[in-house]
Design a protein around this ligand. Structure first.
Ligand code: M6R
Length: 610
């Protein structure tokens, strides 16, 4: 989720790219940089700064900038810490070529070794840098061709912008899996990772399609699509700036819910090895021998990440055979936990990587000499740095206060971790393969639930004025009941309780009457019949029911007419699917109640205090 801006044209002022870049800061930032063809020196000049774009701005304020083309980049780290040498644009050995990249080059380690053998030297820890060295290697006088030949060797995703002192007046752009568009302005052409960056300059855009490469100069645009140059289709953007930043959605929360097919795909991209029935988690390689000895896991997290951990416990115990405890960071830090330092490992789950209540137990575990792992979204955050090893989510920045795509990414990472640890132990090749194959199908399954958005919206309209709601689930979907209740509480301020289905008869059933509806999460799994019995008891007490169940299951009809169907998957993966309608339901109830769903009252995105 980095941001890219590029320009080639008659304006000789690279500073215009800075304002454009600021419009992309919402996509996440840990550093920013720019490079431009300096019309005085006839070379490329680059500037970079760690932190907010304003830090780069301060650097540029002190300089005289003159020339075109230019490229700018705001980074959301995936490979390599958020430090200056990892900030884009990246250069080749000679400093003649500069490149800004959004995406992940999956085969960068092989390419780096190959390039090192050819004499190239690398300055950063990023996956991106290999691409600019490849371009240097392949340059035979034609920049466009060098980019084209280099991209053919790359696997992964990219949106790129490239400039070179060997091709002044040219800007090359290409995309595969990461968005990129061309802005058609009066005085030249822009390149941007989303329209928000260039709206101030033009509303005319050409969206690049996957696999396309564009060659731009001040007056011309040529787009190569599958070996033939095509006629560009210019579209007019109708969004204002705020709408553009939200990708046309009314709220970041809805945008992030709808992004889940791609954020889940990014989480497992390059990590599933179908043939071996296994996964490759690069961040655990250094500790993999130690992990073979682990006999007990302690998962520590807060809020939604804690519910992810609860699902993880079911996965890890059932499939990897490792006893697992899950605990709230805020509780763990004040008790006297018993660790066996040789045999235990702590796993901290956190989207932000900055949650104070999760950091404190992490420090305690480290002091006691226990192996610590992280499942973290924000690269370079405190938890990512302090843990011995870990798995990055790669879900992209989450801006809405509600955790949505972070949760499904955490669950995907936990499923992969289960395969990793399971295959080190007793998990068979067949079982590993089965799980890995099902993980790969998740984006499509999630997409099919998102397609039911309008139906879920209708249910939200119907139930929006109820003062209370109950969420019930069992086994893998018990934590999802807790999550559904948390979501509707924080986003719509409706009072909601999450319970394990079997617990109803131990007290809460006393609440049930006509005015107390229940969201029953009851996919056709190993506890389905048990859930049916629990829900029958509520129906007998006139409690309205919304059922979330597996497609094709006709047997819920007698319990309720309000049914949301989800596709079938492995039981351990159902939470990744079943949580989607609950997110949409909470979102729409909040919207119908006229609330600010992106910034609910009294809440912060990252809870850095106790
Ligand atoms: O950044 P973290 O994942 O550590 O945050 C943990 C919780 O604060 C977070 O999940 C919170 O519960 C969300 N607002 C839930 O939507």
């Amino acid at each position: 989720m980095c941001g890219i801006i590029g320009y080639v044209g008659h304006k000789n002022d690279p500073r215009i790219g800075l304002d454009a870049l600021k419009r992309l800061e919402y996509r996440g930032y840990d550093s920013a940089g720019m490079a431009y063809y300096n019309s005085k020196t006839k070379k490329i000049t680059a500037n970079k700064a760690v932190g907010r774009i304003s830090f780069l701005e301060n650097k540029l304020n002190a300089k005289k900038l003159e020339g075109s083309p230019f490229i700018y980049h705001t980074r959301w780290a995936t490979h390599g810490a958020p430090i200056q040498k990892n900030a884009h644009p990246h250069a080749d050995c000679t400093g003649n070529f500069y490149l800004a990249h959004n995406g992940i080059i999956e085969n960068y380690l092989q390419l780096r070794d190959w390039l090192k053998n050819k004499g190239h030297s690398f300055k950063s820890e990023t996956d991106t840098e290999v691409l600019v060295h490849l371009i240097e290697h392949n340059f035979k006088g034609d920049l466009f061709n060098a980019v084209k030949v280099s991209l053919a060797r790359v696997t992964g995703t990219y949106g790129i912008a490239v400039i070179s002192s060997k091709a002044p007046g040219e800007l090359i752009a290409a995309r595969l899996g990461s968005p990129l568009l061309i802005g058609v302005a009066k005085d030249g052409h822009f390149v941007a990772s989303d329209p928000a960056g260039i709206l101030a300059h033009t509303k005319k855009v050409v969206y690049l399609e996957d696999g396309e490469i564009a060659k731009l100069n001040a007056d011309e645009m040529h787009i190569l699509n599958k070996n033939t140059f095509k006629e560009p289709e210019v579209e007019e953007i109708e969004w204002n700036l705020e709408e553009a930043q939200k990708g046309g959605y009314p709220h970041f929360m809805l945008k992030e819910i709808m992004e889940q097919p791609s954020s889940i795909r990014e989480t497992f991209r390059g990590r599933l090895i179908l043939r071996d029935g296994n996964v490759k988690l690069g961040g655990l390689e250094l500790v993999q021998e130690k992990l073979k000895q682990i006999k007990k896991l302690h998962i520590i997290a807060c809020g939604t990440a804690y519910y992810a951990g609860m699902v993880g416990k079911y996965m890890l115990e059932e499939y990897a055979g490792i006893p697992t405890e899950v605990e709230l960071g805020s509780e763990f830090r004040y008790r006297k936990p018993i660790f066996d330092k040789k045999d235990s490992a702590v796993i901290c789950i956190s989207q932000s990587g900055e949650t104070a209540d999760t950091i404190a137990p992490l420090k305690e575990a480290k002091n006691r000499g226990v192996l610590t792992l992280g499942i973290v979204n924000v690269v370079g955050s405190t938890i990512a740095r302090e843990t011995d090893a870990g798995v990055y989510n790669h879900a992209g920045p989450e801006i809405g206060v509600a955790s949505t795509k972070a949760l499904t990414s955490q669950l995907t990472a936990l499923a992969m971790l289960t395969v990793f640890l399971g295959r080190q132990r007793q998990m068979s090749h067949t079982m590993g393969k089965r799980i890995v194959e099902e993980i790969e199908k998740l984006p499509k399954l999630v997409e099919s639930v998102l397609a039911e958005k309008e139906k879920i919206k209708k249910f939200a309209r119907k139930y929006k004025n109820y003062p209370n709601m109950l969420y019930l689930g069992r086994k893998y979907n018990y934590p999802i009941a807790l999550e559904g209740a948390l979501k509707v509480k924080e986003i719509s301020y409706m009072h909601a309780e999450g319970y394990a289905g079997g617990e109803m008869k131990h007290g809460p059933i006393a609440l049930i009457e006509e005015s107390f509806p229940t969201m029953a999460i009851m996919p056709k799994d190993s506890v389905y019949e048990k859930m049916v019995s629990n829900i029958e008891e509520l129906k007998a007490r006139s409690g309205p029911i919304i059922a979330v169940t597996t497609r094709g299951n006709k047997s819920v009809g007698h319990l309720s007419k309000d049914v949301i169907y989800i596709p079938k998957t492995l039981e351990m993966l159902t939470p990744i699917i079943s949580v989607i309608p609950l997110q949409l339901f909470a979102y729409y109830v909040g919207v119908f109640r006229g609330l600010n769903v992106d910034k609910p009252r009294n809440l912060a995105k990252s809870v850095t205090v106790e």
